[in-house]
Design a protein around this ligand. Structure first.
Ligand code: PNS
Length: 181
């Protein structure tokens, strides 16, 4: 029996967008299993807890065969080895994503030469989309339907309904070498 092809699709997913879902769908065509891994990223001032993010992703991928979701802390490559992933999936939306992704890919390759990094492009309609923009729009009462899965939309509405402006978990100062996801 051939070994199942397993891909790890990591990210902050704060929150998961339809762009992320599009990438997960594309990955699921190429791999037998796609494990979406939510990072416990203490450097970022997250709006949703890892458990909340996992719950929203579970709901978004319920019809996606072979897809599952976990959360992880520590090094991404250790998570990849733990779950037996042969590849790590990252999305490239625009040239501006490339430099940071390239650095990260080479570092991950150095740490785990046996794990391949695969870049996928989302559908063109999602190339401008990222979680930070979605939160910004939702925080100011803008419409995010069509940009995020239904449960994410609901959770954003709930989260911002009772919040004071500015207390929304937006990253205070974006680091120049990380990109908006
Ligand atoms: O959604 P993001 O913010 O682009 O995801 C970035 C993420 C979580 C994939 C990256 O920060 C990561 O891999 N974090 C785990 C720690 C790690 O392995 N860092 C070294 C990467 S070279």
């Amino acid at each position: 029996m051939t070994k199942p092809r397993v891909a790890l699709f990591p990210g902050s997913f704060d929150p998961f967008t339809n762009g992320h879902l599009d990438l997960a769908r594309r990955a699921s065509v190429l791999f037998d299993r796609v494990v979406i891994a939510v990072a416990h990223n203490s450097a970022k001032n997250a709006l949703f807890t890892p458990d909340e993010r996992v719950e929203m992703i579970e709901s978004a991928i319920r019809d996606l065969k072979g897809a599952s979701v976990i959360h992880f802390s520590g090094l991404l490559v250790d998570c990849a080895k733990r779950i037996g992933a042969q590849a790590i999936i990252r999305g490239l939306r625009a040239v501006s994503d490339f430099e940071f992704e390239f650095q990260m890919a080479l570092m991950n390759r150095r740490l785990a030469p046996g794990v391949e990094i695969a870049f996928l492009m989302p559908s063109q309609e999602f190339t401008y989309l990222n979680s930070t923009l979605v939160k910004e729009v939702a925080r100011h009462g803008g419409k995010v339907s069509g940009l995020v899965p239904a449960l994410v939309e609901r959770r954003l509405l709930e989260r911002f309904r009772d919040r004071k402006p500015g207390a929304d978990g937006q990253p205070k100062a974006a680091k120049p070498r990380t990109k908006a996801r």
